[in-house]
Design a protein around this ligand. Sequence first.
Ligand SMILES: NC(=O)c1ccc[n+]([C@@H]2O[C@H](COP(=O)([O-])OP(=O)(O)OC[C@H]3O[C@@H](n4cnc5c(N)ncnc54)[C@H](O)[C@@H]3O)[C@@H](O)[C@H]2O)c1
Length: 310
Amino acid sequence: MPKYKTALVTGGAGFIGSHLVDALVRRRIKVYVVDDLSSGSLSNLNPNAHFTKLSITNPQFTTYLRRLKPDVIFHCAAQINVRHSIVDPPNDAQTNIMGTIALAHTAAQIGVKKIIFSSTGGAMYPDQARMPVSERTPPQPSSPYGISKRAAEMYLYHEYIVHGMPYVALRYANVYGPRQNAKGEAGVITIFASHMLEGKPVKIFGTGKQTRDYVYVEDIVKANMLAMSRHVVGEFNIGTGKETNVNALFSKLTHLTGYQMPARYEPFVSGEMMRSALDARLAKKTLGWAPLVSLDEGLKKTVAWFSKKA
Ligand SMILES: NC(=O)c1ccc[n+]([C@@H]2O[C@H](COP(=O)([O-])OP(=O)(O)OC[C@H]3O[C@@H](n4cnc5c(N)ncnc54)[C@H](O)[C@@H]3O)[C@@H](O)[C@H]2O)c1
């Protein structure tokens, strides 16, 4: 395994990034975090991480990177909201494409050994693809968010082919767990759990029969650690391959939280996918990754964390 002494986590004050920081600190790697705190919070941050409040779109970011010269970069900072990306595509592209180009191009120049990029599986493939969808299905993102994530992957590929900058792009399914921000639109589990614990109404859009592939954040951390240590390059789906519909989630969470109210059904949001699940057999074969936390176990841990917080 290559020896990494220093790591930079962009977006390290966010949900997934902060769990990665914890895992790297446990491995005694010196961790630096760059985050503009647009959706992340310092309360998520491990006290052993060295924090700098900075946007990856700020020209000072590349100066910072040149000075730091980290061994490995976990690139999580992003505009993560699909609906915002539809309302304001240039803003999404600014962070997700331009920010990633600046990061990858500078990383190649300063000899970073690897970039591990948080990409998307859920927003990457055509809506009509057969589920669970594998990496063999050509990407056909329909939202500006999916397009910007695919563009970022392509720039990473370019830096690898032309400048020898190794990367792994992990295409996550729907990630859930402690520290996910319930204020945003992402993360139905987090929104349901926190609303239920606060006794607020819970909305389901459409029939509730739409499915997603839910993967627990600890399994995401494991995929990142394997991507760091294995000599592999490319794009990998990270999901369970299992579909769960919103009604089933609602029912599981009512049992865990003791919520008594019925769900409030609202009109279907147009443009929303009916089904989504990822085939992660390539990650199993190449990275040795498989999800270990079942949905029931992950939901229990998530509800326990939100109850403690409340
Ligand atoms: N949560 C999911 O289900 C999911 C699924 C697929 C992909 N992803 C990807 O995983 C990554 C992490 O997502 P998350 O769910 O932890 O969201 P998050 O919002 O908790 O984390 C993103 C972090 O990036 C920071 N950030 C945003 N723009 C920035 C900028 N310009 N400069 C510096 N920092 C900036 C935010 O403040 C936040 O701390 C993102 O790249 C996201 O696209 C997440």
